[in-house]
Design a protein around this ligand. Structure first.
Ligand SMILES: [Zn+2]
Length: 151
């Protein structure tokens, strides 16, 4: 979800202070989940709660899926994590960062690609303005398949 806020980028070395600034104590589950999302962010990946849970469990953390969900929701409510619900897919999560981006979902393999196009976004704002509106939230998802791939 793209909001009007400009989120603070998460920093591994500052995450304790960043959690505190959000009004959250730096608990082990919160720190582990942020670390995992930071590692994923380097590869621009989007991860489901179940994948987070599996990855932390395989790394030896004793954390329940319910806790993973609770922590993610706390971070989403505070604008520090974005969640996306693509049609037919599990909700996926990523660290919020400045700069809007949109997504393409490959319907064949579920791969999520990010893109941002200022011209497309500017045109959508213009379209809304022509109808007397301003866009308060803009999130584009293109459902795609590789060219030449069968339907
Ligand atoms: Zn994304």
């Amino acid at each position: 979800m793209n909001t009007m806020r400009t989120p603070q980028p998460w920093l591994t070395e500052a995450k304790h202070d960043q959690l505190r600034a959000l009004g959250l104590k730096a608990t082990v589950p919160r720190l582990r989940i942020i670390d995992l999302l930071l590692r994923r962010a380097e590869r621009s990946q989007h991860v489901s709660a179940e994948e987070i849970h599996d990855e932390l469990r395989s790394a030896g953390e004793s954390i329940s899926l319910a806790t993973v969900y609770r922590v993610l929701m706390q971070l989403v409510e505070r604008g520090a994590v974005e969640s996306h619900q693509f049609a037919g897919e599990r909700a996926v999560f990523e660290l919020a960062r400045s700069g809007d981006h949109d997504h393409m979902l490959d319907i064949n393999d579920g791969a999520i690609l990010e893109f941002s196009d200022e011209i497309v976004r500017a045109r959508l704002h213009q379209l809304a303005a022509e109808k007397g509106y301003e866009i308060v939230e803009l999130e584009l998802t293109l459902y795609v398949r590789g060219k030449g791939r069968p339907a």
